[in-house]
Design a binder for this molecule. Sequence first.
Ligand code: UT7
Length: 324
Amino acid sequence: MSATITSIGIYHPEKEIRNSYFESYLDTSDQWIKERTGIERRFYTAPNEYTSDMCVKAAQNLSKEYNKDLHDVDYIIVATSTPDQPMPSVASQIQSRLNIPNAGTIDISSACAGFVNGIILAKGLIAAGTHKKILVIGADALSKVTDFIDRTTCILFGDGAGAIIVEKSDNNTLFNTITGTNGDYGKDLYLAYQDASISNTKVIANNKLHQNGRVVYKWAVQTLTNGLQELAMKNNTKLEDIDYFIPHSANYRLLEAVFNELNIPMNKCLDSVRMFGNTSAASIPLAWYNAIKEGKLKLNDKVMLVGFGGGFTYAGILIENNCV
Ligand code: UT7
């Protein structure tokens, strides 16, 4: 059974935070942040605004822009590491707030790989013949779990959401995938709210995001470099035949290192990190949507999406763009 992605919508909160904000109270600088990460600004949710609010707005924006009826959506997948609460799921709240009469719902937790894992699961449900129209949302409100006195992490993160509809179709545009995990690295990027150990290591359980930046950086460069090559191989294609790449937007310098290594020009790399910071599960749809708006991404372009992050885990898929 074939599937395609028929529409996309995004949302980011109103409050814009420039790098100068961090200069005002931390030993850091706009120059350091730009040189080491590429980030120029990010957006933060208001105190009474949560992941589910961003998801609703992203889905409503999708519905408006693509004139999409959401009432016959039969499954909702929300990828997030920052649900409003562990239970009920964000997806179940989206079902209620969008008045979708009868949909299965699930939140998935695979950090910055969440959005791509959502597409892979939606593709599988459609291939199994059990579902026809699936709303997949990647959303994170990382500002809610940021440790604002840790200069190595607080400058990185932002909030946002991106929604797509994956539908049964005669024309398949979702091709082969890659997935993988090394859970030994769990302790190097985590968000813990109770005193359990991660990868056999006691961690700080304060509901704030902790990252061992250098370890993640090294793993991410290697994983993305290998992952793009593996994805090309699995799809019997070459990297030079791919029109655009949308890797998770963690750090622009990291993406440059990978693309230089693979001899891919940076104008084929679509990112959201410079304008939105690291938005975890939202970073890929934010970059995708903006590339459509900027007129870069065209109908039928071949695009590789690869998410990677906390776990450590990664997921990738080759698609043909069907959203303009
Ligand atoms: O989304 C999930 C996946 N996440 C990632 O892929 C993130 C991967 N990691 C990174 O993006 C980078 O490691 C960071 C941006 C987090 C850090 O950049 P880095 O170039 O790896 O810096 P570093 O950790 O090697 O630190 C270099 C120096 C250190 O000072 P010393 O020890 O050399 O004196 C840090 O203390 O930079 C210092 N530093 C800062 N200086 C000014 C760290 N953070 C800051 C800061 N401002 N905000």
